[in-house]
Design a protein around this ligand. Structure first.
Ligand code: SAH
Length: 354
């Protein structure tokens, strides 16, 4: 269920749809065009406070302050890669929790990778986000504001969003769906749904429900193994859902939305990177409409997983290609500024605790 109140029990106006803001304003005795103005201040002009909404009367601004909260994240740390210009941000939420987001420049535009939860409870063995478990879900406004603050800070339009940071989107389903609708809303930042990607570890009921939302969003599945046996050693969720069922759900998603799938496969030396596994992977997904994104695993100090060697990665890729599978190797963006998924937050929290 969607809960649109912040940690102080105030209504979170940034998580509301335009229709909801309109109803709220009607209840306060305000005209519908005021709702439009407010929505525009929040989602287009990216106002950081009610006081900044200068086209509204002082009285109305006061009314808004009395009745609502305007979620606004503050930048705790920004790191800029000297290698490729990638920027990583640590944001502080109103309750003091820290989350991380990444801004990447590609030839097709600027992309932001956002977190969907504080921490994660999925327990994937190679992932830093899950080491301390789940702290809490993020509200739609807290997902939006990662993008809004980055766009305001860089002064450059964000054209792509990937929900691939900390957290499992389908473990926070309703908030993520609301976020996707708001970020692609024509009266908001209006980012095309085709430029949005949601990555899941493979929660079957979530995928099936997602297929029916009428969204044209790209679905990425974290596969990481060609069979249940290996997958279980890397991802506890594989004990819950069989690969066969996960892939059937993905196929259903493709049929319903027409969107080609992405299969993420993090290569871990000696665990999932031999050529038999590449062969099995080819067989597994040859009839799926999608491509494979190989990610050389980013080692985390809490685990002893090692990145596959250059040759093993190249051979794995070649074999998939020979078998007619579309495959890319993920460029490692911002290597010099804090690794993958949750590693920056984790190192910040450890420093803070010393
Ligand atoms: N919970 C979602 C999204 C978050 S993780 C999911 O599981 O898809 C985004 C991707 O990065 C996933 O494919 C995840 O398995 C991968 N990942 C996480 N930590 C990694 C690491 N240290 N090295 C390589 N890939 C990693």
């Amino acid at each position: 269920m969607l809960d649109l109140t912040d940690n102080k029990g105030r209504k979170d106006i940034k998580s509301m749809t335009l229709e909801e803001v309109t109803e709220e304003m009607a209840a306060l005795g305000e005209k519908p065009f005021r709702a439009k103005q407010i929505y525009d201040w929040i989602h287009v002009k990216l106002a950081g406070s009610f006081d900044g909404m200068s086209s509204l009367s002082k009285e109305l601004r006061q009314k808004l302050k009395d009745n609502y909260s305007l979620t606004c994240l503050s930048i705790t740390e920004e790191r800029i890669s000297q290698v490729d210009g990638t920027r990583k941000y640590l944001f502080c939420l109103e309750d003091g929790n820290i989350i991380e987001s990444v801004w990447m420049q590609y030839h097709h535009g600027n992309s932001v990778c956002i977190s969907s939860q504080v921490g994660c409870r999925m327990g994937c063995r190679f992932c830093a986000s899950t080491l301390d478990g789940l702290e809490r879900n993020l509200r739609p406004s807290e997902m939006l504001d990662q993008i809004y603050r980055i766009q305001a800070h860089t002064g450059q339009r964000v054209s792509n969003v990937v929900v691939m940071g900390s957290g499992e989107p389908f473990d926070n389903y309703d908030n993520v769906i609301r976020f996707l609708r708001l970020i692609s809303h024509e009266k908001g930042l209006n980012i095309s749904q085709r430029n949005l990607t949601v990555s899941t570890c493979g929660i079957v009921p979530g995928i099936l429900q997602f297929a029916q939302e009428g969204l044209a969003v790209t679905l990425a599945l974290s596969l990481h193994a060609p069979n249940d046996e290996v997958r279980k050693t890397l991802m506890p969720i594989a004990n819950r859902y069989k690969l066969k069922d996960v892939l059937e759900a993905c196929h259903y998603y493709y049929e319903k939305t027409g969107r080609r799938l992405t299969f993420e496969y993090s290569l871990v030396q000696g665990v999932n990177d031999n050529l038999d596994e590449a062969r099995a992977l080819s067989r597994l997904i040859k009839d799926q409409h999608g491509h494979v994104n190989l990610i050389p695993v980013n080692p985390i100090k809490e685990r002893d997983y090692v990145q596959s060697g250059r040759k093993a990665i190249a051979d794995f890729k070649d074999l998939l290609e020979k078998n007619g599978i579309n495959v890319t190797i993920r460029r490692e963006m911002g290597r010099d500024i804090g690794g993958a998924c949750g590693q920056l937050r984790k190192s910040y929290m450890e420093k803070g605790a010393e």
